[in-house]
Design a protein around this ligand. Structure first.
Ligand SMILES: C[S@@+](CC[C@H](N)C(=O)[O-])C[C@H]1O[C@@H](n2cnc3c(N)ncnc32)[C@H](O)[C@@H]1O
Length: 487
């Protein structure tokens, strides 16, 4: 089986580890334990997607296949495994039942603490692990997921589609200068680009912190944090996080930006060990409230390294204070993006698959161009001033062969389908389907697009004609699943 690991499980040389960590010896409790654990591989960690499958069935399915798991005590519905070479190469993964994420990175959304109905901005979002956690904790709200780099947008959309999220809107903007809408967000996450020292347990080669590079990162981090404070409402929450140890990219960024605009406030994540944020570093003194930030060194919880600060914006003059009109949904198409309320493809899809149309009473459809449709939860809200790239879940495309439901749509809603469903007979057929292949199959369906299922796994879209099932699985999801009996 070829490896499609989401986490690359290599580790740096011992000398390299010591060189990277040496500058932090004075600020780490039990430096020898940090050195020792940093030379061991990082466990694989993942969380269950409550929109798919069953949180009780998932660990059973995986342990039956020989994956050793233990629950993560501080994040319900998450597990870690000491050794799992290919966590992204399973059928439940392809069906969107779980997301693989470094355990300690989950602390950012725990600190953000999304609440139902809120409008939340994830300023640096790709590949979307934290976007998804925010959306799943806030199913009646809206998540605006922004990413600077075009090359990283597909990974963000792939996460939204694989997990079946309908209330995430994506944008591609520079977070340092994101246009200011005429309302304020309830919460903003700044999971900033950084020098990434905290990833040393999964990188073969990592350099000690480089001042030139690190200070360039710090300049960008300051601008991102400053923009987040412009965008959040007075009294609202901003979480600033990085996966680096360097105080220059953590405490110093907070100290440079906050002034009277925000305070660092305490937060508690039960059963997660941390050291407090620094108020002194290499002759610099930082403001006292920075001690409320949390530093997670790898030996404290057997994870990677991470830094999280939870900020509350003060009532200092805001750029705008207009609240977003609540619960009105999108009333008019946003101009800049080319999105428009679509003539809904849901009617024909419901007819073909025998899905009760009432299942979509709380959704609406949008089109990009003439051919591509998106499904959006109507409780989510779209600020007119922002230009989305995608709006909810990929739903369908108009093809030469007719209206094609997306795999993302069928994986999320296919369990409601009562006709034109193909049940695959065995793991070999599943492997062929997920590889994107074509296979002979006798099925009692009408020729055309079909929903494909195996056991409890909603696998997605196929095309059936002449006794053959042709997989329509998107390239980004295809897996080389030879030996899939083990999955
Ligand atoms: C640490 S990663 C984010 C990880 C993500 N939050 C997750 O949980 O999957 C930082 C991201 O910020 C993006 N980025 C870098 N500079 C940015 C900017 N000026 N505006 C917005 N995003 C930026 C990077 O391309 C990268 O995808």
């Amino acid at each position: 089986m070829s490896s499609v690991d989401v986490i690359t499980r290599s580790q740096p040389e011992p000398d390299g580890v010591a060189a990277i960590l040496a500058r932090y010896a004075a600020i780490v409790d039990d430096f020898q334990s940090l050195l020792a654990i940093s030379q061991t591989p990082l466990p694989v960690s993942f969380w269950h997607n409550p929109l798919k499958g069953d949180a009780i069935a998932l660990p059973d399915v995986l342990t039956q296949q020989g994956v050793a798991l233990e629950p993560i005590p501080w994040w319900p519905g998450a597990w870690r495994s000491p050794h799992w070479p290919s966590p992204g190469n399973t059928v439940p993964f392809a069906a969107g039942w779980y997301y693989v994420q470094e355990e300690i990175a989950m602390a950012a959304v725990a600190a953000l603490d999304p609440q139902p109905g809120e409008v939340i901005l994830d300023l640096c979002a790709a590949p979307g692990g934290k976007t998804a956690q925010i959306a799943l904790r806030n199913p009646t709200g809206t998540v605006i997921a922004n990413e600077l780099h075009a090359a990283r947008m597909p990974s963000l959309t792939a996460t939204i589609n694989r997990l079946g999220l309908t209330q995430v809107i994506t944008m591609q903007e520079d977070g340092r200068s994101l246009p200011l809408p005429n309302f304020s967000f309830d919460r903003v996450l700044v999971d900033a680009p950084c020098s990434g020292e905290g990833n040393l347990r999964r990188r073969k080669r990592q350099q000690p912190w480089q001042p030139d590079h690190g200070l360039r990162m710090a300049a960008a981090q300051q601008k991102l944090l400053s923009r987040a404070l412009d965008l959040v409402k007075p009294g609202g929450t901003v979480v600033y996080s990085t996966c680096t140890f360097a105080p220059e990219e953590n405490e110093a960024v907070l100290d440079a930006v906050l002034g009277d605009r925000a305070e660092v406030v305490p937060f508690a994540i039960p059963r997660l060990r941390y050291q407090p944020g620094l108020t002194q570093w290499q002759g610099e003194t930082y403001r006292a409230d920075i001690a409320h930030a949390q530093r997670y060194f790898p030996h404290l919880n057997n994870t990677g390294g991470f830094f999280v600060a939870r900020l509350q914006r003060t009532a200092a003059p805001a750029l705008t204070t207009e609240p977003l009109e609540s619960s009105k949904g999108i009333s008019s198409p946003p101009n800049a993006s080319g999105l428009a309320i679509a003539e809904s493809p849901l009617g024909p899809i419901c007819d073909r698959f025998g899905i009760p149309p009432a299942a979509f009473d709380t959704y609406d459809c949008w089109a990009t161009g003439k051919r591509r449709y998106w499904l959006r939860d109507r409780t989510s809200q779209l600020p007119d001033e922002l230009s989305p790239q995608t709006l909810g879940l990929s739903c369908a495309t108009q093809t030469n062969l007719g209206l094609k439901p997306s795999t993302a749509f069928l994986q999320r809603f296919g369990q409601l389908a009562q006709q034109n469903v193909i049940h695959l007979p065995d793991w070999e057929a599943v492997a062929e389907f997920l590889r994107g292949g074509s296979q002979p199959l006798s099925a009692n369906v009408q020729p055309g697009y079909v929903h494909v299922r195996f056991q409890a796994f909603e696998l997605g879209c196929g095309y059936y004609r002449g006794g053959y099932l042709e997989s329509q699985i998107p390239k980004i999801l295809r897996r080389e699943l030879a030996g899939i009996g083990g999955n």
